[in-house]
Ligand binder design. Structure first.
Ligand code: ADP
Ligand code: MG
Length: 292
């Protein structure tokens, strides 16, 4: 392809809300056969809602929500926003947090009212606190419904569980259809639980699902597909997607996502609409065939 034609292609992309880092990117876009899609914030809106607070045996649901809300107020994760908004709705103001640390794809920790409070995924908390069997059962129940349960604990024990629900973007299903029409195999990739992942995959028409992937595991999934001989595009929005976006043959970031994801990517979809990922592949193929 001539440099001029590629420049025209990138210009057309910009008009469509597809920002392409450089004209040469269109060449690699054309060869893509597999498209890995992050779930939260990419296929789903990432604006989660808090739908339930479950207290452990002998615990107060209000206390679980109040301390978790205070802690999550310091985090930018979609789960955190749902929890802090839910807590603020219930209590108005929330206690302050010190010594806050977030572990991408795992959970958060901080000091609230003299306690070290943790909130995050079950496997991460299980290493640090005891989980009462009652709450383990509640976890299974909410996962079976396709929801995302988060454990909250302090002083050696998990004290309660918060359940959040995500919403699929209205355009995701159409986007997946368009990807298939272009001959791409879509793969859903998430740190979330298996059932929540399968529920989203089922609703948008994806059959290949990689769930419960630890943050460092996302890049491994991309590498494995590449070893199988696939040419892989990865679409993501989170800090925990950055390594996978950089490893992919083509990294595509949601413009609505984090700076880390955008910096690691070749293409940014300004409006965060997944259909633009299919548009980008179509655009590069058209640009390059017109020239030949
Ligand atoms: P995804 O891969 O779908 O974008 P993440 O990798 O960001 O999801 O998160 C994976 C899991 O880590 C979440 O489902 C949740 O259990 C846990 N987690 C991550 N961040 C937080 C947080 N701020 N508070 C509670 N749990 C969290
Ligand atoms: Mg995400």
């Amino acid at each position: 392809a001539t440099p001029t034609a590629l420049l025209v292609g990138t210009g057309r992309g910009a008009q469509m809300g597809i920002l392409i880092r450089g004209p040469e990117i269109l060449e690699s876009t054309r060869r893509i056969d597999t498209i890995v899609l992050d779930k939260t914030g990419t296929v789903t809106t990432g604006s989660m809602r808090l739908i339930e607070v479950v207290a452990g045996p002998g615990e107060q649901a209000d206390e679980v929500l109040r301390l978790a809300g205070a802690l999550e107020d310091a985090s930018e994760h979609p789960i955190a926003k749902a929890v802090s908004a839910g807590a603020r709705e219930r209590f108005g103001t929330l206690p302050s947090v010190t010594d806050f640390t977030g572990s991408a794809g795992l959970g958060v920790r901080g000091e609230v009212e003299g306690r070290t409070v943790l909130a995050g995924r079950a496997t991460w908390l299980a290493d640090q606190l005891t989980i009462p069997p009652e709450l383990q059962r509640s976890q299974g129940d909410s996962e079976r419904l396709g929801l995302t349960p988060i454990f909250v604990g302090w002083d050696g024990r998990v004290r309660g569980m918060l359940v959040v629900a995500d919403t699929i973007k209205p355009t995701s299903s159409t986007a997946v259809n368009e990807m298939r029409r272009l001959g791409l195999t879509p793969v859903l990739l998430t740190g979330d639980n298996r059932q929540a992942a399968d529920a989203v995959a089922g609703q948008v028409g994806i059959t290949d699902v990689e769930a419960e992937v630890m943050p460092a595991g996302k890049v491994e999934v991309v590498k494995r597909l590449q070893r199988e001989g696939r040419v892989v595009a990865m679409v993501g929005d989170g800090v925990n997607d950055a390594a996978a976006l950089a490893q992919a043959d083509l990294g595509i970031a949601m413009g609505t996502g984090t700076d880390a994801a955008i910096e690691a990517s070749d293409i940014t979809l300004v409006r965060g609409d997944l259909r633009a990922a299919a548009d980008a592949v179509r655009l590069s193929r058209r640009t390059l065939t017109t020239i030949k």
